[in-house]
Design a protein around this ligand. Structure first.
Ligand code: IPE
Ligand code: IPE
Ligand code: MG
Length: 249
């Protein structure tokens, strides 16, 4: 297993890294290429990243691939993104099986084109038995719709007496989120220099460390991943407590 630090840091190792893959359009624009070429190169960066995450033994990785707001882009771009996704899933299934990675969709996937849904279901089913590593792909994902969906399901369950709202806490709520069977992210990486979450894992990232790099997503690779992980190890996660380095009050 690769690690930018020594074994002593094992207990601090991130269990869940989530990435906002941004900057495909700007990458293409800088080269006078169509935006879709940026997305194509972005798909290559996804393949690289999956390989690296497995080598670094990160149990959960979630990639933000398409937001609920991304439907507002030109139809030509949305269609091209769906085609890319279809091709990506087709050629990555054997890689997921070879590397024993469970595949999970995070998002309202019943609103995606039927042939994509079919492909997603097939990939999820074929990899469902893997337990060590999970790839979450955020597709048609938005935190606000996710929370609304969760609240609807909670209300329904409370109405039929399946849950007691008096004892209800965050852990119960999180089980209704798309990420219900994943731990909350330890580290969120955003490429392309933007300092915002763009409706991504808003509840789950309450105590996530955030690493922003100016590198555009198609250029993301092992060097950048290593910098992000090193940055994460250098943080002191206090969760509202006082610093363990400061003893005097
Ligand atoms: C990220 O790159 C990919 C998606 C959001 C689908 P962008 O397409 O947002 O690239 P920029 O932000 O325009 O450079
Ligand atoms: C966030 O990127 C969504 C994905 C990476 C899929 P956007 O490019 O859509 O975000 P904004 O519009 O810059 O906030
Ligand atoms: Mg963008």
């Amino acid at each position: 297993m690769k690690s930018p630090k020594n074994q002593a840091d094992k207990s601090k190792a991130p269990k869940h890294v989530a990435i906002i893959m941004d900057g495909n359009g700007r990458w293409a624009y800088a080269r006078n290429l169509p935006r879709i070429e940026g997305h194509r190169r972005g798909a290559e960066a996804v393949k690289r990243t999956l390989k690296i995450a497995k080598e670094y033994n990160i149990p959960f990785i979630t990639l933000y691939a398409f937001s609920v707001e991304n439907w507002n882009r030109p139809k030509k771009e949305v269609d091209a993104l769906m085609d890319l996704l279809d091709n990506f899933l087709t050629d990555q299934l054997k890689e997921l099986l070879k590397r024993e990675i469970r595949f999970r969709v995070i998002g309202r996937y019943e609103e995606l084109p039927p042939h994509i849904q079919k492909r997603l279901k097939k990939t999820e089913k074929a990899t469902a038995h893997f337990t060590e590593h999970t790839l979450g792909l955020a597709l048609n994902y938005g935190s606000r719709t996710e929370i609304v969906d969760a609240l609807r399901a909670v209300t329904k369950a409370a109405k039929i007496g399946d849950l007691n709202i008096e004892d209800f806490d965050y852990n119960d709520l999180r089980s209704y989120l798309h990420t219900g069977d994943m731990p909350d992210p330890d580290l969120i990486i955003r490429t392309s220099g933007e300092s915002r979450l763009s409706n991504f894992l808003l509840l789950q990232s309450a105590y996530a460390e955030i690493h922003i790099t100016s590198v555009l997503w198609p250029d993301f690779g092992e060097a950048e991943f290593k910098i992000a992980i090193k940055d994460y190890y250098d943080r002191e996660r206090r969760y509202g407590k006082t610093s363990c380095k400061l003893h005097n009050i």
